[in-house]
Design a protein around this ligand. Sequence first.
Ligand code: ZN
Length: 209
Amino acid sequence: MFPTHPIPILPNSLTQRDQKARNWVIYKGKLTGNIEYAWIVLSVDNSKMRYRGKVGKVDLHPSINSSPLSKCKNYHFHHNHPTNQSLSDGDYYMLAMNSRMIRCFSHGHNGSMHCASWVRTPTIPLWKSVELMRRMFAVGFQAAETIGYHYHPKGSSLLKYFVPHMVGQVLHERGIISFSGLTTPSEVAIVNNDQLLFQVVLEAVRLTR
Ligand SMILES: [Zn+2]
């Protein structure tokens, strides 16, 4: 049942460096109101943690290749979500397109935290999984729009807000990504209040082939 998480991760199960990166992006994000990001290089001999503030919105598309991250070895990517939202559609595309991004974390200013890693299988080509994911987003946003429209004035935007989270959950069920997170009680309450609506959108995403 939505929005239980397949594998809840607790902040104290993060490595010390992950926690530092988390603290930094939340601290900086609250100061600037922007999306800030940090990354942790996972090389054993040369473990480094780098922080990078970004004025304005982070370009969450594969153009990350032009950033200093393109020179990194495997890394964890941390960023804040001022709206406390789960990982976005852009985050999933970014994760798919950057094979050295081992984990992508988003941190809400209210304590929510979500993490995904792409499961790379030699049997299913990456483009097929990305194409499936694209269809899931299209179906999810369309379902949210249609169902929300008949619900109440804010219904569509409320449901749309949770669509990337639902897609993450279904991608996890299909073994394409490994997804985990902590959602705050207030968000769980929103969903529990309208279980049926959320369930309909989630099922639409689940049925996507
Ligand atoms: Zn994000």
